[in-house]
Design a protein around this ligand. Structure first.
Ligand SMILES: O=C(O)CCC(=O)C(=O)O
Ligand SMILES: [Fe+2]
Length: 294
């Protein structure tokens, strides 16, 4: 199918294509490369997970042990397991690294089996289709023989502020050099893609907002909500004109240029939590593999 023929999500400043999961074979294009090279900005795959698969994840989330929940600063929610974002160059690095790989083992061997379907396999098949049959591999871990997590579960509570603005191209400044070296020897860390599936849709709010600003124009923040542009001015992330909001239905997956585009999660309203499951992906240095991790 020609790119121009694929329907788009209706937002102002970015091109996000929308494809139904059962129409994927018609796309016949390396859409992941097109996002990576920014010919397009993202894709929504509607009904990527069935109602039954969503139900099974929701059930499973209830059995997450309290001590394995990793609290997210600022939004009152938690992650399961701990994510690679916590492998930072701070005093907690060794502790977080130990916890990450221990939990990654448990997640792969026990927790994700309880889903009653293989989420890793489903994602690999999807990303392979979207890249004209590239090999899709969960990135190897830092310790020999270990593997990164393929996905993490993110639970955000209503009225706690969503997720602060960020873009993932800035991560090599925050992550521990051991980890940055490991990853940058394998893959193109800059311009990495983000993906997630909506598992529990909030009653209102909780949209993914793509801000009208990219890493090339601003590579750091001034405060939780303010992004400092390279020209010294401040980009206001709270005004509506600066936002492109995307709301997913349960079972839909989005993949977007989260390395380049500054983005945030809007505050959640109503009684329901916002639950997503997702990770990150990029090409190997020689472009032969699409690596995923979380
Ligand atoms: O809603 C989510 O799961 C995370 C959104 C995000 O910041 C990302 O996918 O990079
Ligand atoms: Fe993100």
């Amino acid at each position: 199918m020609l790119l121009e023929k694929i329907p788009k999500v209706n937002i102002k400043n970015y091109i996000i294509l929308k494809l139904a999961n059962d129409k994927l074979d018609e796309a016949q294009d390396n859409l992941l490369i097109k996002i990576h090279q920014r010919e397009i900005d993202g894709i929504v795959i509607s009904d990527f997970l069935s109602k039954l698969e969503i139900k099974s994840i929701k059930e499973n989330i209830k059995s997450i042990p309290e001590e394995s929940k990793f609290e997210i600063h600022g939004c009152g929610g938690f992650l399961y397991p701990i994510t690679f974002n916590q492998l930072r160059k701070d005093d907690n690095y060794q502790e977080h690294k130990y916890r990450y790989f221990k939990e990654a083992d448990i997640f792969s061997s026990k927790f994700s089996q309880n889903f009653k379907f293989n989420i890793e396999l489903k994602l690999s098949n999807l990303f392979s289709k979207l890249s004209l049959n590239k090999k899709v591999i969960v990135a190897p871990g830092i310790c020999s023989g270990s593997k990164m997590l393929p996905v993490t579960i993110r639970v955000f509570q209503p009225g706690r502020g969503g997720a602060f603005p960020h873009c993932h191209n800035t991560y090599d400044e925050d992550l521990h050099p051991e980890f940055v070296n490991h990853f940058s020897g394998l893959m193109k860390m800059k311009h990495q893609l983000s993906f997630f599936i909506s598992v529990n849709k909030p009653e209102k709010g909780g949209e993914l907002t793509l801000l009208n600003i990219e890493h090339r124009d601003a590579n750091r923040k001034q405060s939780d909500f303010d992004i400092l542009k390279s020209d010294g001015s401040v980009f206001d992330t709270t005004i509506e004109e600066n936002k492109n909001k995307i709301q997913l239905d349960e079972g839909d997956l989005i993949i977007f240029a989260g390395g380049d585009i500054w983005h945030q999660v809007e505050d959640i309203e109503g009684a329901k939590n916002r639950v997503t499951i997702g990770g990150f992906g990029t090409f190997s240095l020689d472009n032969s593999i699409f690596y995923i991790w979380s």
